[in-house]
Write a protein that binds this ligand. Structure first.
Ligand code: ZN
Length: 185
């Protein structure tokens, strides 16, 4: 086997390990390493250049970045979707953890902000409750059972009230219907 000493790493290697039919002074892995370093150096330069450019032409840089991301979006809509989905997943996990921690460390404040949120978005509360019910019917049942055990009077009272509300609602509707029919007739 024909061999040669690499001028870079000083190792004796087979001629086939040298490029250009064995005519290069450095072995292939040294050449690769050299290319990698050069690439890194250039990408560092490029990065610095971009940073400087952004600093000196903020508006123009924004415009360029907007346009190129627009192009990318048009070219790879699937990738964007996938990226968004992943980002959402990642962040929703983070957000959940953050919220859990916050609740643990500031129970009173969490309660207060929860109360405020409920007051502000009753529709969303309803919706999420509905979803939760559909997703975990067993848990809801269990929760209701426990509540009944713990506060039998309260539950009774609530049930009575909601029945009353339904009744009142029905009464109101029938009255309304009656009034409407009378005013037409
Ligand atoms: Zn070498």
């Amino acid at each position: 086997m024909l061999t040669k000493k690499c001028t870079e790493c000083k190792l004796i290697k087979a001629l086939t390990e040298f490029g250009k039919n064995g005519f290069r002074f450095q072995c292939k892995s040294c050449i690769k390493e050299y290319d990698r370093k050069r690439y890194e150096k250039n990408s560092e330069k490029l990065k610095k250049y971009q940073q400087n450019y952004r600093k000196n032409n903020p508006e123009r840089a924004k415009e360029i970045s907007r346009k190129s991301s627009q192009k990318y979006k048009e070219k790879y809509p699937e990738r964007i979707k996938e990226y968004d989905r992943k980002r959402y997943e990642k962040n929703s996990e983070k957000l959940k953890k953050y919220q859990q921690n916050y609740r643990k460390n500031n129970p009173e404040r969490a309660k207060e902000s929860n109360r405020k949120w409920r007051k502000k978005y009753p529709e969303r509360v309803k919706e999420s409750r509905q979803k939760h019910k559909e997703k975990y019917p067993e848990r809801i049942k269990e929760y209701e059972r426990k509540r009944k055990e713990k506060y039998p009077e309260k539950v009774k009272e609530n049930n009575r009230k909601s029945k009353q509300n339904i009744k009142a609602d029905i009464n109101f509707r029938s009255m309304l219907a009656l009034v409407q029919s009378q005013s037409i007739g």
